[in-house]
Design a protein around this ligand. Sequence first.
Ligand SMILES: [Zn+2]
Length: 436
Amino acid sequence: MYAELLIHAEWILTVDSENRQLTDHAIAVADGRIQAILPYEEARRTIQAEQTVELPGHVLIPGLINAHTHASMSLLRGLADDLPLMTWLHEHIWPTEGRWVDASFVADGTRLAVLEMLRGGVTCYNDMYFHPEVSAQVTAEAGMRAVIGMIVVDFPTGYAASPDEYIAKGLALHERYRDHPLIRVAWAPHAPYSVSDAPLQRIATLAFELGVPVHIHLHETRDEVENAVNAHGERPFARLDRLGLIGPSLVSVHMTQLEDAEIARLAETGASVVHCPESNLKLASGFCPVAKLLDAGVNVALGTDGAASNNDLNLLGEMRTAALLGKGVSGSASAVPATEALRMATINGARALGLDNEIGSIELGKSADLVALDLRDPHTQPLYHPVSQLVYAAGRHQVRQVWVRGRQVIRDGAPTTLHVAEVLSEAQIWAARIAE
Ligand SMILES: [Zn+2]
């Protein structure tokens, strides 16, 4: 058999339905897809590969999926910290965005985020921000995969003037990326408190017609829920359910305030939750009941949120925080085990985004979105269980090789599609302007 690429890793964590861990196996890649997974000895005899990559001491995993972020907010990293959510938003983030966010801000910010994510083993992200056509283009140019949000809010911005215009621009984006190999789109109404009933209803219909997800911040804080109940006598979750948005295409982000009936409803309808533990901790937003959701059979993915509230786009760190916080919040040390944290950062993210036939695990026929980490560092030795080192001890500098659709985008820790010095210099120019 012929293959373009043969990757021989000491360990492979497949994240398939049995969480199989393979030792001394190889993966053959052709046309960007996984064509064979077999013991290395057998691969050497039967596969004729154009290129062979030897990875002793490395663990190979499916590319990590950041299921919620605002990529270009990386330019606002560290601008305002240690403030409550509403003060942070109203006095710092929104005024800065109002003054500075345009297409070139989004291009430079997305490039910085894409560089950071690829170097951290993230191969796909789910974005929500203005000027999504710019994020889509920058991401595709870097050879990364993304689901780009067709953002909708009630208020005018430099990007669009009315909900109708946001939706029209979203539809144009959908049309443009209809058959793109790396870029998909999703509706991204910002939150229940920033989008009114009429556009939400229209989004529910359009999501069904186009077969795309609906990505929304939901029940982020207790205040959000209490304000809605005081103003309209209805919890935001109930309102979205009434408008037809609670279903398999829902990608609901944060969900720190959940009643048992809401958890049951999420499970029954096949809706997904994106847990952003570090953003929730930093903004003191509350705790998502992850163990309860998983026990109920709800699909829970992981996200970093934007770099302004985290402050990094580090899915390795997010896995560790989710595994630790899940234990603390549930009072059970066996809640959110390492294998489950890895599933949340890979296959569960893929399922939330409707991409689980394509990415999220190492299985035959899936896209070769792969990440190799070198575990031969003092802090990841000795090694009993690769998944334990990966989730509880590994750092991003151990990400050495990254492939997206079979194309190597990180080689020996360095990007092949982006120029580091240029990306950093653009970011510094923005910081100098913004800090004036
Ligand atoms: Zn967010």
